[in-house]
Design a protein around this ligand. Sequence first.
Ligand code: B1M
Length: 214
Amino acid sequence: MNENFSALYNAILEGDVAVTKASVQVALDAGLEPGSILADGMIAAMKEVGRLFEEGDYFVPEMLIAARAMQAGLLLLKPHLLSSDVKSAGRVAIGTVKGDLHDIGKNLVALMLEGAGFEILDLGVDVAPEKFIESIKTGGANIVAFSALLTTTMPNMKTTIEAIQAAGLRDKVKIIIGGAPVTQAYADQIGADGFSSDASRAVSLVQTLMGAVA
Ligand code: B1M
């Protein structure tokens, strides 16, 4: 753990919203880089939460309160991660696939894309294929992004691509996928146009693909 962020890290582990917010503010006031506060303080803590869950030391309620603290800290950090003078570079519909309720990673990807000038249609969590289809048909999405955190919900990425194909819309959009269990090999296997392992790589991926759809 990075010593600069021990208070923040521990506050997220304990799910303490007030201390998380205060620690983010202290780090910002000290001039620490927002990207580092996010990666070395906050995401590092969520990784540890996952490890504790795997070890059987944490259960779902602990994961849930840690996630709440993370979201509260992210809200404070958001304006510092976004740059203000960017024009719309395209429209991205993003959602966590059906059956999956994890949204922190998806929210981060949306935040980074927004910061890079993309318009975001955030479809939320547990998103059915029909909702992704609507985002293309009536929402005007150029790119559709799926997130999944569970090995059991990853197959819904494939189902959603098949539904988009069946609706005759596959050649209208680029589809990208991501989330902890997702890999480039899986993206290739299900016919997605791209995969990204993290939020900042998602930005360069979308920029490249927008070049391809523009
Ligand atoms: Co869940 N959970 N969870 N959980 N949870 C994991 C994912 C798990 C790995 C924990 C573990 O066992 N170590 C495990 C999944 C195992 C597996 O399938 N391989 C797990 C499990 C089992 C479950 C439940 C089944 C537990 C249960 O009920 N018994 C249950 C499922 C509920 C459901 O979805 N139907 C469940 C529930 C929950 C909570 C609701 C309590 C909570 C989520 C709250 C919320 O999201 N609002 C939760 C949490 C917090 C986690 C962990 C601890 C943290 C996830 C997180 O937010 N990480 C997680 C353990 C872990 O990930 N190590 C775990 C921080 C976030 C920034 O990272 O989401 O990976 P991540 O996003 C990254 C990249 O993946 C990527 O960019 C992001 C930023 O760089 N990325 C994309 C993500 N989406 C992308 C999309 C892109 C591109 C990149 O383009 C489209």
